[in-house]
Design a protein around this ligand. Structure first.
Ligand code: ATP
Length: 363
């Protein structure tokens, strides 16, 4: 439904050039919820704005449905209002001088030919009902709570029944509890409507909980793309592993090539560790083993492989888990455990780093 090919955008200003998007390719099938996730400045918003027609790319091609809306080779550049797209901005961009009704009616009143009044009324009320703002149509827009304003922006984006919904950090202005509620509501709503959604966020929890697929952006390109669990469990790059959740990185050297069992031995300052192999690893090459804190466990005396000895330096009780820093020689490991495990600062520990949870990252 949305296809982006070889997209590039360079901003030019008096201070020089910024290569905001440096070759983005993505293909989002109809009905999918796709998230562009990445740190501030990586080019997420610029990519989204190119799809919306709010920025002119330097090069590339963008297709929405069957229609090419931008193509630098043929000079096609459909204006924003001609793209069948609804968009919600981080700031909501609600018009404060209008009522709730008029805000939602605005995109319909811009259509040529303009739909009859009764049609506009029916569609506005249906959109308000969809986002549970029934009964608030005549209220001035500023007299809404943050969550209601967010819903109003969504109703306005959906009122034209767009094929595609673009969401630019739409939850970031809400407090933590409301944000969590709206995550679920928003996802449920777009699933119900079957609208293809491109969502931009720097919050990994939003990306992991809401998306069908995630594209992790770094420095103007998509560093890795895949379903949330795949991105979390099999990061291909140190950047992705580090950005999505906490990860321990243990640097080392490949001791032997890939074994028949799909594991490879890496010599590290914490001893030899078996880790899930990846292609192209040669003995003697530098490699990094990555393991999530929640995958490190206390080892009982019977376990000998992938065991690291250390001393707990810090142990914080976070209610549902213990968050610990363990010193292992000159290195530290971050581990998380259930409070019932009863760890405390100063305690010597043997830790098991299960080989299936240890992955090798390309350096
Ligand atoms: P954030 O999460 O902070 O919004 P982002 O990943 O969405 O970040 P973009 O807004 O796409 O990032 O910006 C990408 C790069 O382009 C940044 O370095 C930014 O400073 C730069 N940039 C964005 N808009 C302009 C502009 N109008 N003129 C010049 N540079 C710009």
């Amino acid at each position: 439904m949305i296809r982006i090919e070889k997209l590039r955008l360079t901003y030019r200003s008096a201070h020089g050039e910024v290569h905001a998007v440096r070759g983005v390719d993505l293909d989002i099938p109809a009905g999918q919820f796709y998230t562009l996730l990445g740190p501030s400045g990586c080019g997420k918003t610029t990519t989204l704005r190119c799809v919306a027609g709010l920025e002119q790319p330097s090069a590339g091609r963008i297709t929405v449905g069957d229609e090419v809306v931008f193509d630098s080779d043929t000079g096609i550049a459909a204006p924003s209002y001609d793209r069948n797209i609804g968009m919600v901005f981080q700031s909501y961009a609600i018009w404060p001088h209008m009522t709730v009704f008029d805000n939602v009616a605005f995109p319909l009143r811009q259509l040529r030919p303009r739909p009859p009044r009764s049609t506009i009324r029916d569609r506005v009320l249906a959109a308000l009902s969809l986002v549970q703002l029934d009964g608030l149509a005549e209220r001035p827009a500023p007299y809404l709570s943050g969550g209601q304003q967010q819903r109003l922006a969504l109703a306005r984006a959906l009122v034209r029944e767009p094929k595609v919904l673009l969401l630019d950090e739409p939850l970031s202005n809400l407090d933590a509890k409301l944000r969590e509620e709206m995550r679920g509501e928003l996802r449920e709503l777009v699933t119900k409507l079957g609208v293809t959604t491109l969502f931009v966020t720097h919050e990994q929890i939003e990306a992991l909980t809401m998306s069908d697929r995630i594209g992790v952006m770094h420095d103007g390109v998509i560093a890795q793309e895949g379903p949330p669990m795949r991105i979390y469990d099999h990061p291909d790059h140190t950047f992705v592993a580090d950005f999505i959740g906490k990860t321990n990185f243990i640097r080392g050297t490949v001791a032997a090539g890939e074994g028949a069992d799909g594991y490879v031995a890496i010599d590290t300052p914490m001893g030899r560790l078996a880790a899930r192999a990846r292609t192209g690893l040669k003995p003697g090459a530098a490699a990094t083993v990555a393991i999530r804190p929640e995958n490190i466990h206390r080892a009982d005396a019977t376990v000998a492989d992938n065991v690291v000895e250390g001393v707990i330096r810090q142990c914080a009780f976070l209610g549902n888990l213990l968050d610990c820093i363990v010193a292992a020689g000159d290195h530290v490991l971050h581990m998380q455990a259930h409070p019932s495990v009863g760890l405390r600062s100063g305690q010597p520990v043997r830790l098991r780093l299960p080989r299936e949870s240890c992955i090798v990252i390309a350096d």
